[in-house]
Design a protein around this ligand. Sequence first.
Ligand code: NAD
Length: 294
Amino acid sequence: AIGNHLAADKNAIPPVVKVAGDSNGPRVTGKVVIITGANSILGIGRASAHQFAQNGAKAVYICDYDDSNLEAHKREIESLYPSVDVHTRQFDAADEKAISEVVKDALDRYGRLDVFFANAGITGPHTKFSDVDADEFMDTMRVNALGPFLAAKYAAPAMRKTSAEKPKSSGSIIMTASVAGLRSNAGGTPYSASKAAVVSMAQTIAYQLVGTNIRVNALCPGLVETGMTAPVFESARARGTERKIGQLNPLRRGGHADEIARVALFLGSDESSYVNAQAWAVDGGLSSGHPYVP
Ligand code: NAD
């Protein structure tokens, strides 16, 4: 068979070369993970904190500028997965000092940072571009684009330190973009622009981290029912038009936060050790199709 010439003994099948360990057990054992935008009860950040905790993370920092649910999330995760340390932090994801401090805290406490999931985001104004104020535009860019930029700026040096001290470890920076950053007409102009910036940044930064074993990827959800989009789903339910939400989607439905979180887990784990500088659409197929529905 093809490839058998690689075997020293022609009768023996050589073992599959394992690069990133066994994927059957906990998938992020011992990793230290920072997640922004983790306060929302329905959100992608909270669902991701659960995924990382359930899959063996040593510590998960759940961060948000709104801290109304963070302590409750912490108690819930610690009761479900007693071996994980959960830390809560209240800060603005675009606050440079706060980002540098949370990264420093991870290094001081654990001597390592493995995953920074820069996930905090806002929708910005949905009005026609000509009605958008410059301040609204800049606010959206600040949270959605500057936030992930700062995450990478401070996480990468910490991850380099981790990699140098523990040669087998690799860092993973995950930035939540959106299908709105890949295709037009999926959000307001500031939102789409900010998410396209995230895609571009993830790719540019990945290249600038050449040779460091730190990977940077943009995660691009389609329409998912979360705190951000709850009003869309609720009003569709109230009007009996929920089916329309999934009409353009080959799966005929919107997504769930956990379906995005599971991809964040994969990108944060060593299972994705050769996935770098990509924009991952997790949208049920929405962004790949033509908007014709038979
Ligand atoms: P969500 O509103 O449920 O959660 C977003 C969280 O980010 C909230 O807890 C909010 O308090 C926090 N946040 C907002 N601004 C912040 C700031 N400046 N500093 C710190 N925290 C801040 O919505 P979600 O859908 O879970 O959003 C997570 C990410 O997914 C966002 O980046 C969003 O743009 C992106 N996204 C969502 C969808 C969707 O359909 N829900 C689609 C594509 C992309």
